[in-house]
Structure formats: structure tokens, C-alpha cells
Design a protein around this ligand. Structure first.
Ligand SMILES: Nc1nc2c(c(=O)[nH]1)N[C@H]1C(S)=C(S)[C@@H](COP(=O)(O)OP(=O)(O)OC[C@H]3O[C@@H](n4cnc5c(=O)[nH]c(N)nc54)[C@H](O)[C@@H]3O)O[C@H]1N2
Ligand SMILES: Nc1nc2c(c(=O)[nH]1)N[C@H]1C(S)=C(S)[C@@H](COP(=O)(O)OP(=O)(O)OC[C@H]3O[C@@H](n4cnc5c(=O)[nH]c(N)nc54)[C@H](O)[C@@H]3O)O[C@H]1N2
Ligand code: SF4
Ligand SMILES: [Mo]
Length: 917
């Protein structure tokens, strides 16, 4: 049973109509699905449709209501077991991301509008011809953990069963592969043993390599609420950075990058020495001795942690029975990622703390269907339903079930090798679905070049405006979240429905339908004759019964007989769902899925990150996520609210390192590695270790071309899982010698041409940061080009001696654009200026609000639009001295709660300053 939680004070988010410039083939604003209409006319809320959030692997339930003008309002689903009504800032803003601006609405072939018939025939023909000439391994699919299970199932069936190659891999290779490999080595299958309730029942929650506060905010809030209700509960964060997740931590271990194996090896030794081994459970395990030998000869100095911190952590862990260790990309995305996973699993197995309430290792999944993709066999080395490609019995069973003409007997190419093969011309036709590898793969410039050079590239996406979609020969418009129907599985094995709330825009089609149509056009009519996601789901659930008969974990055969209407009404359900089992936890009974039925401890030893520092590349670059953006920003960047939190790409640098490197606050840094280059805004913070820097992964050619941090990352992988080491690059850093900086706002989409630029949405248009080494000869001409305003009225303020130029452009008195140029980073009130767009007769060129209009400062609470200055004001006036009091006074932090750690940090800083004064 799920522990009831008090629902968050989620309230429907206001939604705006589609905005921005028209795409070449924009449809008129859409009307809601007929089924959502109540027929009683305008102003009456449509019934809520229960669906699941588009973003992270928490898998929150969402109640979505079409608003009658093409958008929707959303609120948390109080009945969904993952969130019980809560949503984070991204979930709350879902309605703002479904507008049609920038959407791809028709197929494009060679950049020109084409009919579906032409496009699909071309795809089928080119794949068939390439296979005929180069064999099945001459083609590949690269798919995504953001596909629905039904999409994924069809892609996997088409490639593995019918094309006859295993060259289908997924962005989960960059995300979950090390966890999958670690689980399989220890348990025999890729099984997450526990459930979300364990996070609340635990007496100790360890977060390692996970910034849960920003990346799985609703789970973080569940832990925070449990800790508030039961203050004895402890939280430990293990992360080289002092992240927002440290807000609720009793202990933070600023571990050296890659130090996790050594740290958990040390813990394993302590488990033995402190008598915390569960002898009864150990009877169900193999490999204890070898694991302990390896652990005891490992070197704790690799953790970079002092002895006192280590002792406190080890004591806490060994003395607390109910402990959950949550881990994510700081563990997985490493050249020793699989060993890190097994080092963690070793400890939980040895102590018998697994599969019982409040305890266990817990790999949290990133994408909304990362888990479903693993179940359905999206990885190049797996078959559907956790069956294994290299197991002849599994292979034969799946082949018979699919009546498949061909079935590979060896794993296909994993992502990094796949794109290398594309670059080397060994893969001649590539289909990329629901992912943006030209940005998100390591060595991203080389990947972009490989895709550009490939004979035939098909991309299914929501928009033509991604770094990858721009390289496609055939671009197919897919339906997106809120338009598609099917299932996703979250981090705790709960399968939930995503449901359509809005009709498909333009000619967009569902990914499963596009794949099935190509399968039919390639000649496999019966195998791909699907009419609905329900039909695909039933086939998949039936196949899982075969996996169950092999004794595997993933068995949802209990759902195989589901009618269409039962599928339509399907409630969230945790697998397995079979005649013999329903939901629950795994391994508490000591039964595993290895051939012997016993769990395995693995001997693992510390290895330093694969790319060594040196040769001038002396800084460790760590990468990851920010609170309000999702990956390559194709959806979250449409929301002005989400764009306010952190509006440009940045590099976090320790103050002492910044002064050593000559970097100034808000200046720009040029970062180079052996693979590429980036220019990022400098953000000085003592939240990281000396010698290490951090940059978020989100910016792209569309939003900030020099912000593509994966251009810096080496294509080195974990030897077992093939997962790239995205968190430990070796880089050189220098100040970027800009001779000018500018900030601009524009009602229309600006077209920047500068050495550095970054653009973000605002309520009334766009905001833009620019910088360059050589100033344009004529600023006015350049500004008119940038804003596309050749004839607008202009006001200028210029001081050539100080290198300052300020211009405001208006039409009929209404502000259309403004630019502020200076030789240093521009100090103006950005939110204030963005708010002036569209206003008539306003003073702009001072760059600051007048005395009568207080400047709220940078927005911290995206939901309720509360700025830093407003919060500081409330603190210094003495009225609000806790996060709760600030919430009461200003509303900040009371909706989704994602900003509460930052409010707490602001409060701590402000009160510290006051104490010092
Ligand atoms: N806001 C937001 N949320 C998201 C996403 C998003 O794009 N935006 N993406 C989703 C996806 S797909 C994923 S996979 C998850 C990722 O969720 P997380 O893994 O929590 O996020 P990251 O920021 O990638 O990395 C987590 C932390 O690992 C730390 N780290 C780096 N190296 C090491 C190390 O050697 N050891 C340890 N212990 N820690 C290290 C980093 O400093 C970082 O704080 O987030 C999901 N949720
Ligand atoms: N340096 C560094 N690199 C990383 C990471 C890191 O931490 N550091 N993290 C890695 C991880 S964990 C992940 S998961 C990846 C994520 O990287 P990507 O998967 O490349 O990122 P997204 O922006 O989520 O790309 C999804 C694409 O699919 C489109 N899309 C959305 N919905 C649909 C749909 O329903 N159908 C179709 N056909 N298209 C759709 C979106 O518009 C977008 O273009 O990045 C990886 N790269
Ligand atoms: S935590 Fe936020 S992003 Fe993740 S599923 Fe829930 S609402 Fe969506
Ligand atoms: Mo991910």
C-alpha cells in the first residue's frame, strides 16, 4: 500500500495561447478532442483527463483539462500513487509547452513539404535497398526513453524480428545502461527491488550521484515531508557538488569524481567489521569472499573524503537497518558506472537490506519511460520482456511468438559505437526517434558530423528545429505528450497511462503508427497490422507471459486480456501482474533470477575516470541538469516561466579557481577539451570542489550554439554497460576575450550572429545575451537586422568613450525591442526589461525600473513568479524568517515546492549577513 500523503497545494496552471513566429506549416489553433468537450459551451471546464507527466521517471499523475482554445490546464492527480497530487515546476508548466509554435506539422523530405505516402514509401524503400546492399547491420534505429512502451515495442520488433539486426539502441544507453548491467550481474535480471514508499519508510536515505531536488523533485518532496514528520530520519548526499538536494541532508560527502566504488567498498568492509552482515540472507548469496577481498584492498583516498566524514557515514549506514541508497547519473554516467552500481548493491546484499519495507538500493530512472524501454528491450543487447538476445531459448521463444523471419543472435551496436559506425559509413541508413543525439551524445560535434554525412537519415520529432532534425533527409511529424496514448513505467515499476488530451496537430502521427506503417510497407503486413496502442499492449503483455514461464521477473500477462475499454480506463499498476504475483518488492525472500537462484556480490575496485587530466586539460568538467529545463529544451524552453530560473548556459567555478583562472563573475569562459569547445557564462560558487567545474547539458544550436557541452565530452564508455562518462571530462579553461557584451529583449524572434549568444522566451517575446570579440561597425544596422525591424522608430543613448550603446525600437509607440551594449557584462534589470515588451510609451533606456516600480530581481519561484529581491525584502523587513513564513507572506515555494531549497539558501545567506553586520 502507498502511504497516504497530504497532497501538495497544486493548482491549475494558467495557460497561454500558442505564440511566437509561425512555422512554415502551422495549423490554426486546435480545438480540443471531441471527447473532452462537454458541449455546454465556452467557459465551462472540460472534464479532467488522467494522464502521466511528460518528464522525469517519477511518473507523476496529471489531471489535464483542455481549455477550449488549444491549450490545457494541469494539476496533480491526487489519486496517483507516485505523487498524490503534487507536481514540480516542470509538471506545473506542462500546459505552457503544448502550443503549436515551432511544431512540425507535415512530413518534410529534403526540407520540402511531402505527403505521408511519399515520405513513408521513401523510408521503406531506402531501408529495404540499404539492407539488400549492405545487410541488415547496415541500418540502425536510435530511439528514446521518452517513447511510450507501445512505440518502443513496435520499433524493437521491427528491427530485431523483421529487419533482423540488433542495431537498435536508445538514449537510455546514456542514462540507465550501467544500472541495467549492474542489476543483471547481481540479480540475474534488470529489477528495481523496492517501491517509492521505501523512501518514506527508511530511517536513512542516501542520495549518491543524484540531485533529486531538481531532477526528481516530487520524490525529493516526499522524502522531505517524511523527514519533517519524523525528524529522526536521516539524509546523506554524496555528490562532488553541494547541490540543492543538500538542503535536507544531515551529511554531505563531497566525493572526488569517480570515488563511489572506493567509498562503497569501504562500507562493505565496515558492514563486516561492525557485524552488520545478515548471515541468514548471506546464505542466498554468491561471491561474498571475492567481493570482500577486492573491497578490503581498495584505497579509500580515492574518495577524496576525510576520515571523519567517512566514519560518520559508515557508522550511520551500518547502524541503521532501514536504509535506502538512491543513485542516478553521478553513478551511471561513469567509465566505472557498472562497478559503482555493484559496489552499492554489494552493501545492500551483504547487510540483507533489500526487498523489505524501508530498505534497498534504488536506481531512479531519468525519462518518463526509461523503465518501460528497458522492459520492452530497447537496448541493443536485450530482447523484449527482460529476455536476453544471447540466450538461444529466449531468442527462439520471441522469434516463434513474433513469427519473425529473422532474428540476430548477437547484440547490436551500443550508442557510442553506433554513431561511430555511422561516421565510418558502416551504417548507411539511420532512423532517429524522439531524441536529439547531435546535442546529447558525447563528442557531439563528431556525432553531428556523422549524422550529416550519413546516406539516409530519418527523424521523428515534434519540431524541425533541433540540431538533429536539421540534419534529416526525411523529417516525420510525431504527436507529442498530451496527444498520444499508451503506457509508461516509472522508477518503481508502476505502469501508468498517458492519454491524449488534445487532437494531433496538423498531419502529425503517433510514433507507433509511423513505425508500423513502415513495417507494412517493407512487406510485413500481418506483423505490423496494429490498429491501436491497446492492441500492441495486449501483444506485449502476452509475450511477457513467456518471460514469466522462463522464470523471469517481468511478467504482466495478467493484463493480456485487457479489452480496449479496460485499457482506456487502466489504473496505475505496479508489475509484476500475473496469476501468481502482483506488485510488491523483490528479493526480500532471497530468491534471485540468476541460474543458481542466488544473488551475486561482485568483486570491484576503484578506477579513476577514463580521461586523465594533463597536457593542459587540467580541470574536471562535471555536467548535469538544472531545475526548470528538460534536456535539449525543445519543450521546456517554450515556457517563459521555466526559462526564468536560469536563462543561459553557464559554468560553475569555485571562487579560488576563478581568481586563479582570471575569470570574473558574469564574464564568459572558453572551455576546450580534446574534442571540442564551448563558451559559457561564469557562475562563481563555493558549492563545488577546487579543480572541478560544472556545466548544464541543456543548451543547443537553437538556444546557445557555444553552450553545447557534449562537444567537450570524450566518447569513452564503461566497458560493461557501454554508458558514456558524461561527468568527468578533462578540459582547459580561459577567460573568453569579449570586447563587447549585450543584453536584448525582442518581441519577435531575434536572429543573432555573434561569437556568443543565448536566447530564451519571455512572456512578451525573447531575451537575449550576446558577446563578441569584434563589435559591429554600425550598431544600429546590426540591431535592426537582429530584431528584423528595418523601419521601427528608434531611441538611442550612446557613449562611445565608454563603449556603451543603448537602443530601443518601437512601432506606434509600443516597445518592440531594446539592446544594451557595454564593454563589460551588462548590468541591467533583465526581468524588468522583458516585462516592458509590448508596452506603450515606457522609459526603457535606463535599464532599471523607476523608484515607483520595485524590481523583483531574478525569479526564484517560477510558479508564483516571485523574485529574489522580493524575498530578500520580506526577510530583511523581519517578517519572514523561515521558508514557511516566506511562503505565507509571498506565496513563494507553496505550489510545486521545487524552489524551496533555493529559498532556504537565500534565507541562510541573508540571516548570516545580518548576523555579521
Ligand atoms: N530538471 C530536470 N529533471 C530531470 C531531467 C532534466 O533534464 N531536467 N532529466 C531526467 C533524466 S533523463 C535523468 S537521467 C535524471 C538525472 O538525474 P540526476 O542524476 O540526479 O542528475 P544530474 O544532474 O545529471 O547528475 C546528478 C549528480 O551527479 C553528480 N556527480 C557527478 N559525478 C559524480 C561522481 O563521481 N559521484 C557521485 N556520487 N556524484 C557525481 C553531479 O554533481 C550531479 O549533481 O534527471 C531526470 N530529471
Ligand atoms: N553531458 C551530458 N550529456 C548527457 C547527459 C548528461 O548528464 N550530461 N545526460 C544523458 C541522458 S541521462 C539523457 S536521457 C539524454 C537525453 O538527451 P535527448 O534524448 O537527446 O534529449 P531530449 O531533449 O529529451 O530529446 C528528445 C527529442 O524528442 C522530441 N520528442 C519529444 N516527445 C516526442 C515524441 O513523443 N515523439 C517524437 N518522435 N519525438 C519527441 C523532442 O522534441 C526532442 O527533440 O542526454 C544524455 N546526455
Ligand atoms: S517530478 Fe516533476 S517532472 Fe517528474 S514526473 Fe513529477 S511533475 Fe513531472
Ligand atoms: Mo536520462
Amino acid at each position: 500500500m502507498d502511504r497516504p500523503l497530504s497532497p501538495g497545494a497544486a493548482r491549475p496552471a494558467p495557460v497561454r495561447a500558442p505564440d511566437g513566429p509561425a512555422s512554415p506549416a502551422v495549423a490554426p489553433p486546435r480545438s480540443p478532442l471531441p471527447l473532452a468537450r462537454d458541449g455546454t459551451g465556452e467557459g465551462v471546464a472540460a472534464p479532467a483527463i488522467r494522464t502521466t507527466c511528460a518528464y522525469c521517471g517519477v511518473g507523476c499523475g496529471v489531471l489535464a483539462r483542455p481549455d477550449g482554445s488549444g491549450g490545457m490546464t494541469v494539476e496533480g492527480d491526487a489519486d496517483h500513487p507516485a505523487n498524490r497530487g503534487r507536481l514540480c515546476s516542470k509538471g506545473t508548466a506542462l500546459g505552457e509547452t503544448v502550443g503549436l509554435s515551432g511544431r512540425l506539422l507535415t512530413p518534410l523530405v529534403g526540407g520540402a513539404r511531402a505527403s505521408w505516402d511519399e515520405a513513408l514509401d521513401l523510408v521503406a524503400t531506402r531501408f529495404r535497398d540499404t539492407i539488400a546492399e549492405h545487410g541488415p547491420d547496415g541500418v540502425a534505429f536510435y530511439v528514446s526513453g521518452q517513447l511510450l512502451t507501445e512505440d518502443y515495442y513496435v520499433a524493437n520488433k521491427l528491427m530485431k524480428g523483421f529487419i533482423g539486426s540488433a542495431n537498435i539502441d536508445t538514449n537510455s544507453r546514456l542514462c540507465m545502461a550501467s544500472s541495467v548491467a549492474g542489476h543483471r550481474r547481481a540479480f540475474g535480471t534488470d529489477t528495481v527491488p523496492g517501491t517509492y514508499e521505501d523512501l518514506e519508510l527508511a530511517d536513512l536515505v542516501v542520495l549518491t550521484g543524484s540531485n533529486l531536488a531538481w531532477c526528481h523533485p516530487v520524490l525529493y518532496q516526499r522524502i522531505a515531508a517524511a523527514k519533517a514528520a519524523r525528524p529522526g530520519m536521516k539524509v546523506v548526499v554524496i555528490d562532488p557538488r553541494r547541490t540543492a538536494s543538500c538542503d535536507i541532508a544531515d551529511l554531505h560527502l563531497p566525493i572526488a569524481p569517480g570515488g563511489d566504488v572506493a567509498l562503497f567498498n569501504g562500507l562493505l568492509v565496515q558492514i563486516l567489521e561492525q557485524g552488520a552482515v545478515d548471515a541468514g540472507f548471506a546464505a542466498h548469496l554468491d561471491g561474498f569472499g571475492a567481493a570482500l577481498d577486492a573491497a578490503s584492498s581498495d584505497d579509500l583516498s580515492a574518495t577524496g573524503l576525510d576520515g571523519d566524514l567517512l566514519r560518520r557515514f559508515y557508522d550511520l549506514w551500518t547502524r541503521t537497518e532501514k536504509v535506502v541508497t538512491v543513485y542516478s547519473q553521478g553513478v551511471n554516467q561513469s567509465s566505472s558506472g557498472t562497478d559503482k552500481v555493484n559496489a552499492i548493491l554489494n552493501c545492500h546484499l551483504a547487510a540483507g537490506r533489500i526487498g523489505r519495507p524501508g530498505m534497498g538500493p534504488f536506481s531512479v530512472t531519468g525519462q518518463p519511460n526509461a523503465m518501460g524501454g528497458r522492459e520492452v528491450g530497447g537496448l541493443a543487447n536485450m530482447l523484449a520482456c527482460h529476455m536476453e538476445l544471447e540466450n538461444p531459448a529466449h531468442r527462439a521463444a520471441v522469434r516463434a511468438f513474433w513469427q519473425a523471419p529473422a532474428m540476430p543472435d548477437a547484440p547490436g551496436l551500443k550508442a557510442v559505437d553506433m554513431f561511430r559506425a555511422v561516421g565510418e559509413g558502416r551504417i548507411r541508413a539511420l532512423w532517429i526517434i524522439c531524441t536529439n543525439p547531435a546535442v546529447s551524445m558525447p563528442d557531439a560535434d563528431a556525432v553531428r558530423a556523422a549524422i550529416a554525412g550519413c546516406d539516409f537519415v530519418v527523424v521523428n520529432d515534434l519540431t524541425a528545429r533541433t540540431d538533429t532534425a536539421r540534419l534529416a533527409d526525411v523529417l516525420l511529424p510525431a504527436t507529442g505528450w498530451g496527444e498520444k496514448d499508451g503506457t509508461v513505467t516509472n522508477s518503481d515499476r508502476t505502469i501508468s497511462r498517458q492519454r491524449a488530451v488534445l487532437p494531433p496537430p496538423g498531419e502529425a502521427r503517433h510514433d507507433w503508427a509511423i513505425l508500423a506503417e513502415v513495417g507494412r510497407r517493407m512487406g510485413w503486413f500481418r506483423a505490423f497490422d496494429y490498429a491501436s496502442p491497446a492492441e500492441i499492449f495486449r501483444e506485449y503483455a502476452t509475450l511477457s507471459g513467456i518471460a514469466g514461464r522462463f522464470g523471469l521477473d517481468f511478467d504482466i500477462s495478467g493484463l493480456a486480456a485487457m479489452t480496449d475499454s479496460a485499457f482506456a480506463a487502466m489504473e496505475p499498476v505496479r508489475w509484476p501482474v500475473s496469476d501468481t504475483r502482483r506488485g510488491g518488492r523483490f528479493f526480500g525472500d532471497g530468491r534471485f533470477f540468476t541460474p543458481s537462484g542466488r544473488g551475486r556480490l561482485l568483486p570491484v575496485s576503484h578506477r579513476a575516470p577514463a580521461v586523465a587530466l594533463g597536457d593542459g586539460f587540467d580541470w574536471r568538467l562535471n555536467t548535469g541538469r538544472i531545475r526548470d529545463q528538460w534536456h535539449t529544451m525543445t519543450r521546456t524552453a517554450k515556457s517563459p516561466r521555466l526559462s526564468r530560473h536560469l536563462a543561459e548556459p553557464f559554468l560553475e567555478v569555485h571562487p579560488a579557481d576563478a581568481s586563479m583562472l582570471g575569470l570574473s563573475p558574469a564574464g564568459l569562459a572558453e572551455i576546450t577539451s580534446r574534442h571540442g569547445r564551448a563558451v559559457l557564462r561564469v557562475l562563481i560558487t563555493d558549492r563545488l570542489r577546487r579543480g572541478e567545474v560544472f556545466a548544464p547539458m541543456h543548451w543547443t544550436g537553437e538556444t546557445a550554439p557555444t553552450g553545447r557541452v557534449d562537444a567537450l565530452i570524450a566518447p569513452v564508455v564503461d566497458p560493461v554497460s557501454g554508458q558514456p562518462e558524461s561527468k568527468a571530462a578533462a578540459v582547459a579553461i580561459a577567460p573568453f576575450a569579449a570586447s563587447w557584451f549585450a543584453f536584448a529583449v525582442s518581441a519577435g524572434e531575434p536572429v543573432p550572429q555573434a561569437d556568443y549568444w543565448a536566447r530564451a522566451r519571455t512572456e512578451g517575446g525573447w531575451r537575449l545575451e550576446l558577446a563578441g570579440t569584434r563589435a559591429p561597425d554600425d550598431w544600429e544596422a546590426e540591431a535592426r537586422r537582429l530584431f528584423g525591424l528595418p523601419g521601427a522608430e528608434m531611441q538611442m543613448l550612446s557613449d562611445p568613450h565608454r563603449g556603451i550603446t543603448r537602443m530601443a525600437f518601437s512601432e506606434n509607440g509600443v516597445l518592440k525591442a531594446a539592446i544594451f551594449v557595454a564593454p563589460e557584462p551588462v548590468a541591467v534589470s533583465r526581468d524588468h526589461l522583458a516585462g516592458l515588451l509590448g508596452e506603450a510609451d515606457v522609459p526603457v533606456l535606463s535599464g532599471r525600473p523607476g523608484a515607483d516600480r520595485p524590481d523583483p530581481g531574478p525569479i526564484l519561484c517560477a510558479c508564483l513568479n516571485v523574485g529574489v529581491n522580493t524575498i530578500l525584502g520580506a526577510i530583511s523587513s523581519g517578517g519572514a524568517l523561515s521558508v514557511e513564513a516566506i511562503g505565507e507572506a509571498l506565496g513563494a515555494g507553496t505550489n510545486c515546492g521545487s524552489c524551496r531549497p533555493e529559498i532556504a539558501a537565500l534565507l541562510a545567506r541573508a540571516t548570516l549577513r545580518e548576523a555579521a553586520e
